[in-house]
Design a protein around this ligand. Sequence first.
Ligand code: AQP
Length: 333
Amino acid sequence: EELTFSGIQPTGTIHLGNYLGAIRNWVAMQDEGNCIFCVVDLHAITIPQVPEELRSHIREIAAALIACGLDPDKVILFRQSQVSAHAELWWILNSIASMGWLNRMTQFKQKAGKDQAEASVGLFAYPVLQAADVLTYKTTHVPVGEDQRQHIELARDIAMRFNTIYATEFFPLPEAVIPKDAARVMSLVSGQTKMSKSDQDDNSRINLLDDPSLISEKIARACDGLGEISGSQEDLATSPKAENLVRIYAALAQEDVGKVVEEFGGSATERFQRALADRLVAELSPISQEFQRLLSDKAHLDRILAAGADKARSIADPILDDVYDIIGMSRRS
Ligand code: AQP
């Protein structure tokens, strides 16, 4: 049976990369089958967090997901730390995954920086927790941005090795579902690193909650100095900043990049700049308003997450019991 699972870290506010790369896809998938979406707070602490800020970010991310259109009556929406099966399966899978596999993970290298010895063990083992998140539900489909492709491959490798060691077909091999148009939204400032919550420069990203004037300002700044939008796709590729903006426009308008280039290529950026800012404001303003409304009732949000956790546990716990049986530690009796 098909099951979709994905997660997002409560490490800050949601940005356009999260939205176009993942969340918009989640919303589209919620009517098509069983979907589980998780605020992965255990992942967040692999990088130091301030407890009070983490507490607010967890609620904010949940509110933002609902504001983007996820319906807690249609999907299971919960937070990772409320379902202990994730951490338990993580430990079991840590004994399946090899150091060599984890050493190849590019996200660890990026996040750990130069001084890898100072990075937490959690940051290193992060992809195994992600594999546990997915496998705890026998997930078949994982809608994520391009940056997560390697981690989903690892989850497949872990599932396969588990199945081989224990001579079983217990875990299905999860597949990454990566959008065509906006799989990798880049920084507005450089065009060359991915748009990220943890980028120090707020001008590098559009946050879902930026107000219309801030959005216009950031887009104006990003277009500044570009001259004109090139009239051919090949030329466009020589300017990563411009290409990123055109791709963002195409994803918002749900049009081909070629069509956007045809529409705006060869003329001064001003018209493109205004059109892009208008598209962003039209898409994000309703989300921002709904977010504010949801956040005014924190108890309600907490109830939604708690109810989601109950449903998630009812799926995950029996699967974990089966895993314990398979590896020789039956805990049912
Ligand atoms: N720039 C991006 N373009 C497309 N998709 C993206 N995603 C993240 N950035 C982009 C996708 O969003 C989902 C949730 O991501 P996450 O918050 O769990 O982890 P992340 O990839 O680490 O996101 P950030 O914003 O870069 O956070 P920090 O700075 O805290 O690490 C994932 O599906 C991801 O692919």
